[in-house]
Write a protein that binds this ligand. Sequence first.
Ligand SMILES: *Cc1c(COP(=O)(O)O)cnc(C)c1O
Length: 403
Amino acid sequence: MSDEPRDPPLGPSTIAVHGGEPSIRDDRSLTTPVVHASAYPFEDTQELIDYMKGDRERPAEYGRYGNPTVERAEAKLAALEGGQAAVLMSSGMAAITTTLLAMLKQGQHVVLTRDAYRKTRVFATQVLARYGVAVDIVEPNASAVIEAMRDETKIVFTEAPTNPYLRVLDLAAVVEAARARRIKTIIDATFATPINMQPLAHGVDLVIHSATKYLGGHNDLLAGVVVGRAPLVGAIREHLGMVGAIPDPNTAFLLLRGLKTLALRVRQQNATAHRLADVLADDPAVARVWYPLRSDHPDHENASRYLSGGGGVVSFELHGGLAAGTRLVDALQIPKLAPSLGGVESLVEQPGLMSFYELSVDEREAIGIRDGLVRLSVGVEEADDLEADLRQALRVAAVAPGR
Ligand SMILES: *Cc1c(COP(=O)(O)O)cnc(C)c1O
């Protein structure tokens, strides 16, 4: 498919299937071949010299610098995000750490929003600190982020929606303030997917995804991606060539295959999750529900502005704390107890026992992780079946043992 802008623009499902793909391949295969090669020989010395001068009409010379299957996945991801370039890495954390290491140096400052993926926060506060980079962690709202900006600030790093409370900050306000101070904005939009949000269109500099989640979508791969303007993505790719957190071609193939159904899957997950959020909100066993497109979510206004779908994750707090959450999780028949999200299989977890297990109750509460909190990632099972299962598990959760 050509990269020329279309009028009218192609829809997300069409881009998911055809974006980034040549209309006819040299070998005529309909799908992308998996290229297993660590090196890509030159015809002769003249081709080598031309290549070194910057004539890039051939594969990179060595597997750490590129792979044809990986490049197809990158082209499709760039098309889905409406970005100039994308670089694929071996995991979401590889994408986050490689990007931050590529862009930061000693003496600089990062603003990170609270409610961030735990390992992102650990990397920022513990590892970056060792290299002389200061980090401030602030509430996920535009005024807190803007207030934390200072002369040394190089990067604002945020997530949307955040985990587990699905916060959505005012991107336009953050971008405007950051640009005025020459600060780069990076958003981990794993929970949104390019189907529900287009951060680059709002002026964000880089979008990062854990492709392990919705992009791969089948709970069978780990990968991460960074999308943005070509010079910045190119600098990160240079750094990747050194640190080496590259994906392998089989993973890129699985990702390409998963991406073709991204729009289908995410729309179904949006619809089911919203429906289950409404069921939860009406249930007497439930103290509170967080779903970005429900009017009772604290960021409902921003969510309505920036999200075209609320996503497949619903977080909720049960009366009866951790024990009630455990009864619910153990009574659910369809969702599996596992720490991931975004795939075709529904998954459920209690953040207090999984993502934040090493903290005491007080420490968890201090960072806002409530005891009765449950996070449900809705898959693509039949919505009726998921609703019936949830309703029976809520009855089990509501009855304290021995009563
Ligand atoms: C899972 C996740 C990551 C880390 O991605 P991996 O692929 O597991 O390395 C980063 N950010 C968010 C929001 C995630 O959900």
